[in-house]
Design a protein around this ligand. Structure first.
Ligand SMILES: Nc1ncnc2c1ncn2[C@@H]1O[C@H](COP(=O)(O)OP(=O)(O)OP(=O)(O)O)[C@@H](O)[C@H]1O
Length: 240
């Protein structure tokens, strides 16, 4: 039973459609990764799910609720956390201030819960985000999204520009978050680091589903090369 169901999603910018009927599923507690060449539309899928760009066709359903027609604030309130690739923290705010802004509920309790995933942030609470390392900033961005207890976490290239040893610790944290029941939809260029921890993965090519399978299956799929080179891909829609 899927928590997130995306069906034949069509979306784009200006007059151009970038997504031409993307379908995917993410179940609670699973890590699902979107891969594919530059410009395939991976980040656009996340923006369309969150309502940051208009959807022109298809449906997006979260936990049985159709969110395709909702505004971004409503989609976030329905349980979607989104960490964009850039500008995902406030450089001139301290780490503690990131935990204090936005949202409602018991912030102290939420902060403790979230710091459980990212203990490395605890000694940094009084530091400005601008002085954190790349890995710490990525963890702070994820921590902020987790404050609202999302059912689904959308992560756009969390490994971008991180040293290899830091990439592993970021992915370890993502795996821990999923183990607690949060569904994770990840966009990644770093196929070798992301696919081994992915329960399932989809390769996109020019805004369409090209290949899919478990993370390890896709990593070993000889057709993946062709998808990245822009030749091939079965363009098979994912099963409903
Ligand atoms: N704000 C925008 N306005 C117009 N076109 C855009 C905008 N953002 C992205 N695009 C275009 O949409 C296409 C898909 O971009 P998207 O960022 O979704 O690709 P991607 O698969 O995530 O690739 P990358 O790994 O390079 O980020 C690209 O051709 C890009 O130039």
């Amino acid at each position: 039973m899927s928590l997130l169901e995306v069906r034949t999603l069509v979306a784009g910018y200006g007059d151009a459609n970038i997504l031409n009927g993307v379908s995917l599923d993410v179940a609670a507690g699973r890590i699902v990764t979107l891969i594919g060449p530059n410009g395939a539309g991976k980040s656009t899928v996340l923006k369309a799910i969150t309502g940051l760009i208009n959807r022109r066709g298809g449906t997006v359903t979260l936990d049985g609720l159709e969110i395709s027609a909702l505004a971004t604030e409503q989609i976030i309130a329905a349980g979607v956390g989104y960490v964009p690739q850039v500008a995902n923290v406030f450089p001139s705010l301290t780490v503690a201030e990131h935990f204090a802004i936005g949202g409602g509920g018991d912030r102290a309790e939420a902060r403790e819960r979230v710091l459980g995933y990212f203990p490395l942030l605890r000694p940094q609470l009084r530091k400005m985000a601008s002085v954190l390392s790349g890995g710490e900033r990525q963890m702070l961005a994820m921590a902020r999204a987790l404050m609202l207890r999302p059912k689904l976490l959308l992560l756009d290239e969390p490994s971008a520009a991180l040293a290899p040893q830091i990439v592993q610790s970021v992915f370890d944290r993502i795996a821990a978050i999923a183990r607690d029941g949060v569904a994770v939809l990840l966009v990644e260029q770093n196929v070798k680091a992301a696919l081994p921890i992915s329960d399932y993965a989809y390769a996109l090519q020019v805004g369409r589903n090209a290949l899919e399978g478990t993370g390890p299956e896709l990593l070993d799929d000889p057709r993946l090369h062709d998808v990245y080179l822009g030749v091939g891909g079965s363009q098979k829609p994912s099963p409903a």
